[in-house]
Design a protein. Sequence first.
Lengths: 488, 494
Amino acid sequence: MSNYQDRRNFLAQGVAATAGFLAANTVSAQEPAGGGQSIDAGATQVAREGQDAFPRTHVGVGGPVGSPTDRGKLVAGLRNAGLPPVEVTTPDLVKLKGEMIRGAREFNLRATPARRELLPGIWMDAYGYNDLFPGPVLEMNQGERVRIVFRNDLPEETTLHPHGLELPVNMDGIPAVTQDYVQPGGTFVYEFDVHQEGSFFLHPHVAMQEAIGMVVPFIIHPKVAHTPIVDRDFVLVTQQFSILPNATVPNSNAMDWNFLTINGRSGPYTTPLVCKLGERVRIRFINFSTLHQHPMHLHGHTFWITGTEGGRIPDSAWIPSNNVVVGVAQSRDVEFIANNPGDWVLHCHMFHHMMNHMVSQVGPIIRQQENDHGFRVPGYPQIMKGMASMNMEGMNMDGHRQHESMPEMTRNGTDDYSMRMTMEEMRKITSRRETHGMREGWYKGVHGLFTVLRVLPPDLFDKLMNTNEPIPPNSSTPMNPHRSRPHG
Amino acid sequence: MYRDVPTIVLLAVLVAAGGCATDRLHHAAGNRGTSEAVATEKGRITNNGQGVDSDSSEMRLASHQEETSPPHAHIELVPPPVIAAESPEQLTLDDVEGMAMASNPTLVQATAQVRAARAAAYQAGLYPNPIVGYEGEYDSIGPGPDETWNGGFIAQELVTGGKLRLSRAKWAQRSRIAETNLHAQQHRVMNDVRAQFYRTLAAQQLVEVSREFLANGEDNLQTNREMLNLGQMNQSGLLRAEVDLQRDRLALKQAEYELDHAWRTLTSLVGIPELARTSLTGSLEPHEAPLDWDSALHQVLSCSPELQAAWQKIRHDEITIQRERAEPIPNLIASVTSIRSPVADTTQTTFNLGLRLPVFDRNQGTISQARADLMQSSAEARRLELELRTRLATQYRIYQTAWQKVQDYETTMLPKAKQSYDLLHESYKNRRAAWPDVLMAQRLYLTLKAEQVGNLTMYRESDVAIRGMLLNGGLSIPPGPVGAGHIDAVPKPR
Ligand SMILES: [Cu+2]
C-alpha cells in the first residue's frame, strides 16, 4: 500500500518542498549556534575529506580505525548541510504529522480493531489505531507541545502510554497508577512537551493489547539535524504473532510465534527500502515483539549504532556492526553510507524468524521425488521443500519469460503439494514499484522478519522512484550467477 | 420401495384393496419375474390372508356331496435355480430377494404345510364307506333235515349333525392359518435377507473404510520416519506408530472376516450357499420418509401375519366347538341283510336301523376341552398384540436413535469433519499446518465414516424389522397351523 506514485510526485517537487513542513513549524530550522556550528563545520569537513577517504560508490575502507571516515562513521550524506532533518520514510505504514492547534501539534488517535494482510491472502485480525495495524507513525519535532486526542473505540478499556517520554506523571497512561482506564467510547487527551529526540513509541499499558499488536511509532526529530546529515531516515517496527492455520486472530497467550512482521507485513510482502548509491541512510529499528529480541542484520554494509530508545548516542560511543540486537521495547538507530550497489537483504538473524508460519514439512511435500536418496542422510531435508517448485497459477503478471528464466517454477507445476501462488498474490508482491528491477523470483528468498535494502545507482533510482517507466527484472542485481558477487 | 415406482403403485393398489401394506414382499419377484409361480402364489395368499371371516364361501367345500378339489391344490414350487454358475458382477437387493424367494427351503416347508392342511381338510369331509358282507345261517331243527341259509348284508353309517361339513370347515380354517404362516415365513425370509443384505453391504463399506484407515496408518508411520530423520520424533514414538499401524492392519483383517461372515450368512439365508462371492451394490442411506410410532404400531397390529394367524386360530377353535358339539348327535347305522334257504325256498330280508345312545358319553369332556382351547386362543391374540407392541417399542427405540444419528452424521458431523480435514490439508499445502495434524483430522473423519456405517446398519435393521412387522427367522422351521396337543390324535381328521 506504499503509494510510490505520490512519493515520486513528492520527490519530484524537490528537496526544498520536503523540508517545508519542518521549516514552517520548528524553531530548529534556524541556523544552529555555538557548538552546533562547529559540529556542522566539522561534519562538512569530514564530508569533504570523506570524498577521498571513504569510497561512496563502492566498498572499501575509510580512514584508520578511530578516524572520522573509519567505515564511513562520520561521512555525511549528499544533502546540503544546514537543512532541517529529513522526514522519516515508513514503508507500509501511514504517517501522520498532525496539525498545529492552539500551540500544540495535535494528533487524533482512536484505538480500534484492525485487519491486516500480513502476506498476500493471509489476514490478521488485530487491535490497532485509526483502523490501522500497526498504528500510524507520528512525526514531530523536539521542543514542541504535543496533544493526542485519544478515543477508545475498542469494546474494552484501554489507555495510551507514551513510552520512554519524560512527561508529567498524569500523562503516562498507566491504568490505576496514573489514570483511570479509558472506557469504550471514552476519550482522554494526552498533552505534554517533548524535549527529547529519538525513536519512541506509544502503546496501551494493557499487556495482552500490546501482544495483539497495538503500537504507534513516535518519532521526534532533533531541533537541529544530527550530523553527519542523513539523506534517508527509515522507520521499521518489528512484531511477532501466533496465528493458527484457518484462523485470523493472533493468540496473545502464545509463547511461540509463527508470523514475524516488519511494519505489519512479513517478507516478501515487506516493501523494500530504496536508496541512492552514496547516500547516508538511517534506519530506526523499534522492536515491539512479545518476547523476542531481533538481531537485525544488514548485508553488504557496516553500520554504526547511533541511537537507542534513549536518543542519540555521542559518536564517541557508536559501535560498528552489521547486526544490531534490538530487545523488546527497545529502539536502535543505525547509520551507514550506502556504497555497495545492489539489493541487500535486511533481516532478523534468529533462524525461526526467517520463515513464515514455520511448520514441520514432513509428509507429501518432501515425498515429491521418487527414491529420494537424501533420506539416507540424517537431518534431511532442511530446506523448505516445494518452494523451488513454486507453482504460479497463470502467467507471470509482467509477461516476463517465466518459463525461460524460472524453469524451476514449472518443473513440478502440476504437483499437488508444490507451493502455489495465485496471480493476485503474485501481483500484490511484484506490482509494487519498489520491487521493480529486482532479480526475478527474489521473493522466494525473503521470508518472515525480512526486507530488502535497495542501493541503486542514481539513474536507476530516479527512473524507479521518479518516473513510471518500466524497469526490467534483474536491473539492480544481475541474474547471471557468474557475474554476481557472493555476499552474506 | 424407493428403487422403483412400479412397486409403489403396486403397494398403493394392494393397500387400497386389502388394507395392509404387507406386500413389500412382492416387490422382488413381482418386478423381476424370475419365478412366476411363486409370485402368483404369493399374490393369492395375500388376498386370502386378509379374509379372517371369509370362510362362509369356503364352507361349501366341506359338503361331502361335492367332490371339489381342496383349495389351492395346484401350488407348484419352482425348484431352486442354479445361480452359482452365472453369478452377476454385482448383486442388488432385488437380486438376492429373488433368489431367496426361489430357493429358501423354509418357504417350501411352509408351502408344504399349506398343502398338508388342505389335504387334511379334503380328507375330513369324506363320507364313511359302506360295509358289505356275507351272512350265513345254519338251522338244525329236531329230527328234520338241517337247513342252511346263505346271503349277504350291506351296512352304512349315516353321518348326522353336519359333522363332516364342520370337520372340513375346521381343517380348511387350518389351511388358512397355514397360508398365513406361509405369508409370515415369506416375511421372515425377506426380512432376514434384507437385513443381511444391508449388513453385508455395511461390511463391504467397512472394509473400504478400514483400507483408508490402513493408508492413514501407513502414512503416519512414514511421516514418523521422516520426523525421526529430522529430529522431530524419537525411536519410542516411531515404535508407537508401528504399533498403531499394526492395529490398523488387524482392523482391516477383522473387517474382511466380518465381510466373509456376512456373505456366508447371506447366501445361507438366500438358500444358495454355493453362490460365488461377488460384491453387493446398493445404498444404506435412507430414502424413505421416517416412520412414526402411531402408524408403525397401527400397521403391525392390523397387518401382522402372526396376529392374523392368531385371529384365524380363534375362528378355528370356534368351529372346533361346533364340531365337538355335533359329535354326540348319534350317527344312524342302517343295514340290510338278505338270506335265502333253498330247502324252504324262502328268502328272508332283515332291515336294521340303530344308533348309539348318548347316554353316558355326550362328548362333554372334549367340548369342554375345545372351549378351553378357544379361551386360550382368544387370550393368545391379546397376548400377541401386547408382545408385538413391546417388540415394536424396542425396535422403534433403536430406529429413532439410528435415524437421528444417521441424519446428524450425514448433515452435520461428517461434512464438518470432512471440512476440517480439507481445511487442514489445504493449510498443509500452504505450509501452514503440519502433516501429522492432517492425518489426525483424516482419522477423525474416517472414524465418523465408520460410525456412520454402524448407524446406517442399525437404521436398516430396525427399519426392515418394523416395516417387516417384526418377523425374523428365515431359516427356522415354520410353525404348524395350530400348536401341539390339539385334538388331532384320531385316525380320521375331525
Ligand atoms: Cu527475530
